[in-house]
Design a binder for this molecule. Structure first.
Ligand code: GDP
Ligand code: MG
Length: 349
């Protein structure tokens, strides 16, 4: 899974990125953006994986990963710069809008007021314009091809026409009801307003403790504080969080939300060498899940031996006990993997 932080310059993207990926990139108020792009990886915390590891005691425990891109900031009224920024978003599965909610005379801003919801609208507008431009060009190109007597995909042409109207009415593509088949027809186009997103307002410490914006459907963080938290020794984190009234570090919250948005679940593999978590889309079949691990396992798939997480714990990770309890299952290629399944794939090479 890949997520991208987007927002205007000096909204706190890089500060948040540091907090999420445990990095220490220098954050300075930049008067002359563009800023540089950063990439990092964050570990998907999963208590269940820790529990499985405690039982199995493998040589290695591997958490699932999420890749995170910290993009250059958008600039107001600068379409050529913004187009460059949008290129960084193609690969992202979900977008995180970082909205400035802190006021600080020492950190300049492109707007003369602080209004995170205005910024959200402005950012969404940038993405809409990008998609509209993409559609317009694509339609033009298809029409030229048709004129030259070349064959075009009429189904795609029709969907694009409808999406164009939808966008012109200021609606993002994600709110247009597309069937799976229609989605396939336009899959080759990298639309941005089709991507799921979540909004994070970056507020200062005071607003954070006062619970500003709490009633809104957005995530509230104080990025510099989160950055501090992430640089603490692990055993001090929970005391610090508690003192500040933060339920959990922001990276955990964002990942959880991204999993929900994208309909991702996790399954586990557990052996003496390695206990590991894997992320897949809900609805993934056993044979495709096997392919996540290795294409050989997918190709030579024989069956999946499955124990649900709770049963695995209750059986103390012992397959014989699990069999006695009747919770050890043999599943075929078509089995739909469930969140928390502990799976051993049997395959021939
Ligand atoms: N007062 C205050 N300053 C912040 C906050 N978040 C970030 N900053 C500062 O704002 C400046 C720009 O932050 P940065 O993370 O580089 O923003 P970016 O341009 O969106 O990547 C830096 O000097 C940060 O220390 C905040 O919540 N409160
Ligand atoms: Mg930055």
């Amino acid at each position: 899974m890949k997520i991208a932080l987007i927002g205007f310059s000096n909204s706190g993207k890089t500060t948040l990125f540091n907090a999420m990926t445990h990095q220490k990139i220098e954050v300075l108020p930049s008067i002359t953006p563009p800023e540089t792009v950063h990439k990092g990886v964050l570990q998907v915390e999963d208590e269940r994986l820790r529990k499985i590891s405690e039982i199995v005691k493998p040589k290695k425990t591997t958490f699932a990963n999420v890749e995170c891109i910290d993009t250059a900031g958008f600039l107001r009224n600068n379409p050529s710069h913004n187009t460059k920024v949008t290129r960084e978003l193609y690969e992202a599965d979900a977008l995180i809008f970082v909205l400035r909610g802190f006021d600080s005379p020492s950190v300049p801003y492109q707007f003369d007021s602080i209004d995170p919801f205005r910024d959200l609208n402005e950012l969404e507008y940038e993405l809409l314009m990008f998609d509209l431009d993409l559609i317009t060009k694509r339609i033009e190109r298809m029409d030229e091809q048709k004129k030259k007597g070349q064959k075009i995909n009429d189904r795609e042409r029709e969907i694009l026409e409808n999406l164009k109207i939808h966008l012109e009415e200021s609606n993002p593509i994600r709110t247009y009801p597309l069937s799976d088949e229609q989605l396939r027809e336009i899959k080759h186009l990298s639309f941005l307003t089709i991507k799921p997103f979540l909004s994070v307002i970056n507020v200062d410490e005071k607003s954070f403790s006062l619970g500003k914006y709490k009633e809104k459907d957005v995530m509230i963080v104080c990025a510099p504080l989160e950055m501090e938290i992430n640089q603490l020794p692990e055993n001090e984190v929970s005391t610090f969080l508690e003192a500040l009234g933060i339920e959990e570090p922001v990276s955990k919250k964002i990942i959880r939300k991204a999993y929900e948005l994208l309909d991702y679940i996790s399954f586990f593999t557990a052996g003496p060498q390695e206990v590991r978590a894997w992320s897949i889309k809900k609805g993934t079949k056993a044979v495709e899940a096997a392919g996540k691990i290795h294409s050989d396992i997918q190709r030579g798939f024989i069956r999946a031996e499955v124990i649900a997480y709770n049963d695995f714990i209750l059986s103390d990770g012992d397959f014989i006990i699990a069999k006695q309890k009747g919770v050890f299952r043999l599943e075929g290629k078509e089995y739909e993997v469930k969140d928390g399944d502990v799976i051993t794939f049997r395959f021939k090479i």
